[in-house]
Design a protein around this ligand. Sequence first.
Ligand code: SAH
Length: 347
Amino acid sequence: MSNSNKIFLKGMDLPELEVWCKLNNFLPFRAKQLYEWLYCHGSEDVSVMTNIPNNCIEIIQEQCILSTLELISKTVAQNKKTIKFLFKTINGNFIESVSMVDEADRHTVCISSQSGCNLGCDFCATAKMGLLQNLSTGEILDQLIIIRRLSGLAINNVVYMGMGEPFLNYDNVIKSANILNNKKGFNISAQKITISTVGIVPKIKRFIEEKNKFGLAISLNASNDLTRNNIMPINKKWPIADLINMNKMYVKNNKRGKITFEYVIMDGINSSVSDATELSRILNSAKCKVNIIPYNETDGKYKRPSDTTIKEFIDTLYLYNKNFQILVRWSNGLDIDAGCGQLAVVQ
Ligand code: SAH
């Protein structure tokens, strides 16, 4: 059988594996066994699947593809704790993922949902690639399977903050997150899986209506539409007021969880004291978290503000803050271009 006709087992959820077993005359419980081999053990080689009968192994060898990504390179940061991985998809496109281990040995992996991106955020390196492809569920999961195997470390935290816009690949992203969360899959708690979106409002609505328990982050990056229109073209379609309404809807539907608004702070663009005052005003309407991300420089057009400017901005937020929790995220791995928004592959 040629590769193009092969079936991708990696990426199938349990009901899909059950259908596949049925089609091939295998008992339904084989689907559960395969699920565990694929996701809990991350097996790439069918011959290690010791409880799977030989006739099933032969069919898998003949008809299926188990691994969807090829590792091209691995770059280790000076801190030795941040590693950037470059992978090639079956279609020949490139994606990057970043593994970060903190002082408490917690392992966070930042994964891609698309190769490239077509949203055109002016400050983001990935945008310069344009959109090359949506990743399949298998390609999303294989980033974690390969990183887990190579690092020998379990993964505690997953953020969909690598290349691409997760909510423009909604079905594959949610399916992959459910497999990450499943006890027989990766067994990562839903609160430790965060999906970050530029603000695709109909999909945020769907995410809330479906009662997904995964963390949700929205890249706000500005306190008014004028600035946001300039740096994030998507704002012309779904402006800030729509995002604030989504937050209200989320709060109504979720007793405990909170949306995180990400705010990449860029010198002279959105970094003034009046920006901070405006930001605190718009976010006071409903409970949320705010994540301030000092800009990681990419092409020289945008700059990271000085530490004093960042401090002033945060102090102002604290001054007016009534409803929200503030976090500052200093990216790791800047020496290997593995910080937020620095992922890009030029072919
Ligand atoms: N498309 C999704 C997810 C990928 S980007 C989204 O926009 O949310 C993940 C985060 O990195 C976003 O909050 C984005 O605004 C931020 N980001 C992009 N470029 C950056 C840069 N150069 N420095 C710091 N953060 C950046």
